[in-house]
Design a protein around this ligand. Structure first.
Ligand code: GLV
Ligand code: GLV
Length: 321
């Protein structure tokens, strides 16, 4: 009998088709994973789960007695309760590496957009407001080049951001992470800082740390107070690493100058969220890793991780913690 696999929310079509040749695949999108009877029935029998942002907790695992592999189509795995997964000897995997440069590009795009006010100016031009040859200085932005960027989280993506900042924009790079990275210090002339120093010195504060119990809410009222009034805050990690209410207040009180956000406390973000009404906030819909090329590569890698696990081998991107 073919092994049962649940595909949740997202997997690129060609990869999905290939999986179907080998496994008995059931696809679900945005179902209530606690109540949907078809999902729960499949969960009972499934050996593999592959997909995006499925909340895997004790309750779900208790309903999945045959589960062997959970393959995330993402680098972040805050949707997985690793303690419960490890207790059951289930293998969990993610997709590091393939999305590094894509996410770093997106973050730099958001950063430049916020500093140079590109979405606002795009609207200005398209809405016919550009009627004078001389642009009102009220529309001027801030420089990016030769400024200080503070990167919080120095994994692969942090490094790719540092590379762009140092070589592309002549920026001074400060960073904060759990451990020091001599290679980053050497290659990008980066300076390791404690969090407070990073916050008070940076023109751009760029958060790219994974969401864990330690990083949840790590940037809040006190942290925004330490930032420069001209600072722009960029969040490319997860919404919950920031206290969103405090971010809104910091922007409203002029404690910081602007923000670029790819992630939000609640996704999709509510349409009445105050952040969406602010001109100095640039938003994107958690799309940092989603280009045509990289989504396909992530899907392929996730499928490979799943297959290796289901065939009883150690998947290349097994999460070990
Ligand atoms: C995207 O946010 C990812 O974790 O891959
Ligand atoms: C992602 O791959 C990271 O380690 O930042």
């Amino acid at each position: 009998m073919r092994k049962k696999v649940i595909v949740y929310n997202r997997l690129e079509q060609p990869v999905l088709e290939k999986l179907k040749e080998k496994y008995d695949v059931h696809y679900f999108k945005d179902v209530d994973t606690r109540k949907d009877p078809t999902f729960l029935q499949q969960l009972k029998e499934t050996e593999g789960i592959i997909g995006l942002e499925l909340p895997v907790d004790r309750e779900l695992l208790n309903s999945a007695p045959n589960l062997k592999v959970i393959s995330n189509v993402s680098v972040g795995y805050n949707n997985l309760d690793m303690e419960e997964i490890n207790k059951r000897n289930i293998m969990a995997t993610n997709t590091p590496g393939v999305l590094t440069d894509t996410v770093a590009d997106a973050i730099f795009g958001i950063l430049v957009s916020a500093a140079r006010r590109i979405p606002e100016l795009d609207h200005y031009v398209k809405s016919g407001k550009w009627t004078n040859e001389t642009i009102d200085s009220a529309y001027f932005g801030l420089d990016v080049h030769h400024k200080k960027i503070g990167i919080i989280g120095m994994g692969r993506i942090g490094k790719a951001i540092a590379k762009r900042a140092h070589f592309g924009f002549d920026m001074e790079v400060l960073y904060h992470s759990r451990s020091r990275k001599p290679d980053v210090e050497e290659t990008f002339s980066a300076e390791y800082c404690d969090l407070n120093n990073l916050l008070s010195q940076s023109d751009f504060v760029c958060l790219i740390t994974p969401l864990t119990p330690e990083t949840e809410g790590m940037i809040g009222k006190n942290e925004f107070k330490k930032m420069k009034k001209t600072a722009i805050f960029i969040n490319g990690s997860r919404g919950k690493t920031v206290v969103e209410e405090d971010l809104i207040e910091a922007l409203q009180c002029g404690e910081i100058a602007g923000a670029g956000l790819d992630v939000f406390e609640k996704e999709p973000v509510d349409s009445d969220n105050t952040l969406l009404k602010m001109k100095n906030v640039v938003t994107t819909p958690h799309i940092g890793s989603s280009t045509y090329e990289t989504e396909l590569n992530m899907s392929k890698l996730a499928a490979h991780n799943l297959e290796e696990g289901l065939e009883g081998r150690i998947p290349p991107n097994l999460i070990r913690e």
